[in-house]
Design a protein around this ligand. Sequence first.
Ligand code: ATP
Ligand code: MN
Length: 464
Amino acid sequence: MERTKIKELLERTDFGAEVCVKGWVRTRRGSKSVNFIALNDGSTIKNVQIVADVEKFDAEMLKLITTGACLSVEGQLVESQGAGQAAEVQATSIQVLGTCGSDFPMQKKGQTFEYMRQHAHLRLRTNTFGAVFRIRHNMAMAIHSYFHEHGFFYFHSPIITGSDAEGAGQMFQVTTQNLANLKKDEAGKIDYSDDFFGKPTNLTVSGQLEGELGATALGAIYTFGPTFRAENSNTPRHLAEFWMIEPEVAFIDLDDLMDLEEDFIKYCVRWALDNCKDDLEFLNKMVDNTLLDRLHSVVDTSFVRLTYTEGISLLEKAISAGKKFEFPVYWGCDLASEHERYLVEEYFKKPVIMTDYPKEIKAFYMKLNADGKTVQGTDVLFPQIGEIIGGSIREEDHDKLIDGMARFNIHPEDMSWYLDTRKFGTCPHGGFGLGFERLILFVTGMQNIRDVIPFPRTPNSAEF
Ligand code: ATP
Ligand code: MN
């Protein structure tokens, strides 16, 4: 008999029909005469209830129906007597496809997320992680759908890169050299001539630079791919391998860019509210009971837009009024997460788009303002998360871009292909990078970024 997915089955009302469901046992309870089995197949957070009359089944087989076991059940679709759902299955045949012993690590309810992370290969079987990864899928669909609807082309930037312009020192090197016997030249420097690419290469920290090449030809592109940073930041918001979405658009200015950031995030959150209702309700109940309110409020509110300089003066006012921060605040400082969270969570109580940062603390490619001191960078700061998006209008003037490189000790000859965009038909353009897992953190209410990617990579941890 053909299998019906539980999501579909629970919506059916053709009671009396013969059905087949397959899935994993969440719970079994019952009396001497009848057993109730809650079965889940991952298609939905909801379980289907299987009703099994004890006398119809082999007692030894029934004993094998423990939490985590995998079953194939045939029976009749019947109207449920209990509250909650409409349909359940009156079993006529049960086959145990896979037994599950009491050493199943996910057997007990109420395990900590820390514990589940150590069993990340099995945590997918729990309600919480099922919900998180269904939402993750839905957010990927939302992102592609948003950009496709708005005329952006999906652009594949390389994962192995030969440019180390951005964030050198925090990249993972890619090599086929024998590390135990490195070839060195007379000066003792590593000789890359017979390495795979004939020169040092790394895993990408951002697809932006290549994205700019795409945008200044196709008009509007976005990348959506894995990104690697070897920064040793053991925080609940950093991964060594994460996914980034980087749209890049020709002919836009800073206001257009902020409009795009705001519209895009709201679209994604609305998509979750429209398409992930059951999972969000579950997470709202079990993980964070302010989640749904927070999601609705982001969709309904206008984000605050303020400059870095205004932000600094608000923080200075707060300090005068007695607010204590761990890190100092002064014009020119890189804002710490505590500063960002004060503005977002305590002062404005809504998302903030901050702009016009001191040029020293932002990347070389950001467009210089007329004041000569600040650049047209934007960070979108979110409650609970802090920075979710970092973006900017790019410097389109060839000579100013060279000045920017000099400030950061980047050699123009290493980046001639990038500079060519400014040499041949340069145009105003800009874009941003959204950390996919930071978006998932916000949308699920989970607290730790390791819990929104199936198999997290962090310092000293590359299991599974
Ligand atoms: P942060 O200051 O939080 O370390 P960043 O300024 O280094 O971030 P950008 O280079 O602006 O980040 O990257 C764009 C986006 O990518 C960030 O806004 C964030 O959402 C995400 N991001 C950056 N680093 C990480 C990381 N290690 N793990 C997960 N997401 C990240
Ligand atoms: Mn940033």
